[in-house]
Design a protein around this ligand. Structure first.
Ligand code: NAI
Length: 558
């Protein structure tokens, strides 16, 4: 078969602006002061711009100078979002060229702060809002979105924003940020991305009383009313944007598991908090074992926090072990949980179905330290949202019976981390293999610089999305996440491991996303999840589809 030559439509069906000032005010088309002489003539821009033409490199220099002059990260967030609103191409050039510096601003931890302050920093609406008041007309209002070529949606109802709880409509910062990562990390075209907030109200009292809050003034709709709105949304988006990939993000766990179960076999959808986190943590565990020298079959994994992230991680480890030849029951025995009531054991009453699968025969332990002392885990993973819960006693207990204790403090944002990188390394004399959810700076200990891994889902979901979009896959399957985790772990280099990193440097994210997309695409063809033919050069084809933040020559096309 001849390889497809189709490049995604650069502007995804979005009509070109008319003449003059419209070009400057459309963020998809604007180049700001970089419009050339020929473009200024052809597009009616003479006089509307200062005479000097800047190169994109000079524009990046200006943005970075402003960025570094801001007094704090929230101001940097506001600056970047404003740039995204003015000139999307320049925004992505800046973010892609300075990814390590930008990621903590456009995503965790700063995005958390931005969501908490959303009503105050709000300038221009971004994304699409569907509220309880839109019941019965969701399909109709979706037509207000300016393009039809939408390939990826990230949707939230704002009930569990990072580890910060219910932020209602202020949670819109999360889908906006996640989709920026789809573009920055995997080259999904920005105009093919749609952030969605489903506003069913909030139970956050202070937001309800805040005059600047942007969402509905009502308590959360639940039960049938809630389910009907989600169902209407799922039907309407797939009719409006056929084949679209829908990522569920930061839903409360009472809805997240249910909705995943309901839609995973009906739509092209996944839940990043469950499945994406599962894959990124599994990859971290596989890399950590390269440092500790053990086999995954011989590990005892203790998860602190039995919610979406914890269950996703345990399910991915279990699925991986099953692929390695263990029965599902044997595989599950490697994973233990501590929740707010202590160790999850068989004799505990009223366990949810998810927790019951990981309830093993053992005497109850009331808290984390008792469970650690009793079980002697080789790997301890925090996904509880409880800051500082890996205290000195817990960490030193882990270091007491493990030569190299594996400690992942994955709760976000930084303020919720179970422990800091410095604490993990100091309390274990540098023996810990550490990863966190939000970034921590390298730590010098005993003359050695240790670089903590960031278990950022951005290593996984953009590559999965790229693989799905490029193949036109009908479904997102669990196997794809295991393949993504294996691929991610396989990309960690010796020199990175030597620094204590369990993930590749973020600067390698494009290589990572492409490799994951190829692995996912292979699975799509193998499992017959698409009707599209397989290109001969799969990696070359996927690479050719990735967005690059360059300015087109509009004069040539005018
Ligand atoms: P969730 O709300 O589904 O689960 C939180 C769990 O922690 C619940 O089971 C709850 O019972 C438990 N918990 C609360 N207080 C506790 C206590 N005192 N002791 C023990 N357990 C307690 O939330 P989800 O989605 O599982 O997220 C949890 C945390 O993990 C959040 O901070 C989130 O930001 C973080 N996370 C990190 C990711 C990453 O780094 N890649 C990805 C997804 C989530």
């Amino acid at each position: 078969m001849q390889d497809q030559k189709i490049r995604p439509n650069r502007h995804a069906g979005r009509p070109r602006p008319g003449k003059g000032v419209e070009w400057l005010h459309d963020p998809v088309f604007s180049k700001g002061t970089a419009f050339s002489e020929a473009e200024r003539d052809a597009l009616g821009l003479r006089g509307l711009l200062p005479p000097h033409i800047h190169t994109m490199e000079e524009q990046v220099m200006r943005v970075m100078a402003n960025f570094h002059s801001k007094p704090n990260d929230l101001e940097r967030y506001v600056q970047l979002v404003s740039l995204q609103d003015r000139n999307e191409t320049l925004f992505y050039r800046v973010v892609m060229e300075h990814l390590e510096e930008m990621l903590p601003i456009i995503y965790t931890p700063t995005v958390g702060r931005a969501c908490q302050e959303y009503g105050y920093i709000f300038r221009r609406s971004r994304g699409f809002y569907i509220s309880s008041q839109d019941q019965g007309r969701v399909k109709q209002i979706l037509r207000n979105w300016p393009t039809r070529d939408v390939r990826v949606i990230v949707v939230t109802d704002g009930e569990r924003i990072l580890g910060l709880g219910d932020l209602g409509a202020s949670g819109m910062g999360i889908p906006v940020g996640k989709l920026a990562l789809y573009t920055a990390c995997a080259g999904i075209h920005p105009t093919q991305c749609l952030p969605v907030m489903i506003d069913v109200g909030t139970d956050n009292e202070s937001l309800l009383n805040d005059p600047l809050y942007t969402g509905l003034r009502q308590r959360r709709a639940r039960g049938e009313e809630y389910d009907a709105l989600i169902e209407e949304f799922m039907v309407a988006v797939r009719k409006t944007f056929p084949g679209v990939l829908i990522q569920f993000e930061d839903f409360g766990n009472r809805n997240a598991f249910r909705l995943l179960a309901r839609y995973r076999n009906r739509a092209c959808t996944f839940n990043d908090d469950i499945q994406g986190t599962g894959a990124v943590a599994l990859a971290g565990v596989l890399s950590a074992l390269q440092l500790t020298g053990g086999h995954i079959r011989d590990q005892r994994v203790l998860l602190f926090g039995a919610g979406e992230a914890g269950m996703g991680i345990a399910d991915n480890i279990t699925a991986f072990l099953s692929e390695e030849g263990l029965s599902p029951a044997e595989a599950r025995k490697r994973c233990w949980f501590v929740d707010s009531k202590g160790l999850i054991v068989k004799c505990r009453e009223q366990l949810t179905e998810h927790k019951a699968r990981y309830a093993h025969e053992h005497a109850p332990c009331p808290d984390l330290i008792t469970a650690v002392q009793a079980l002697k885990p080789t790997i301890l993973i925090g996904v509880s949202g409880v800051a500082k819960s890996f205290n000195q006693e817990v960490v030193q207990a882990m270091a007491g019976f493990n030569k190299r204790p594996v400690l992942f403090a994955l709760s976000n944002p930084t303020s919720k981390a179970e422990c800091t990188a410095e604490e993990a390394y100091t309390w274990t004399e540098g023996r810990a293999v550490f990863a966190s959810g939000s970034p921590f700076a390298p730590v010098n200990i005993a003359g050695q610089t240790l670089v903590p891994g960031q278990g950022n889902n951005a290593y996984i979901f953009p590559g999965i999305g790229l693989g799905v979009v490029c193949t036109g896959a009908r479904r997102v399957t669990d196997v794809m996440f295991i393949k993504a985790a294996r691929t991610l772990a396989s990309l960690v280099r010796e020199d990175e491991l030597a620094q204590g990193r369990v993930y590749p440097a973020l600067t390698r994210i494009h290589e990572v996303s492409l490799a994951i997309a190829v692995a996912v695409a292979e699975e799509v063809y193998a499992a017959k999840l698409t009707n599209q033919p397989r290109p001969n050069d799969l990696a070359g084809y996927i690479h050719s589809q990735m967005f690059r933040p360059d300015y087109p020559d509009y004069a040539a096309k005018a």
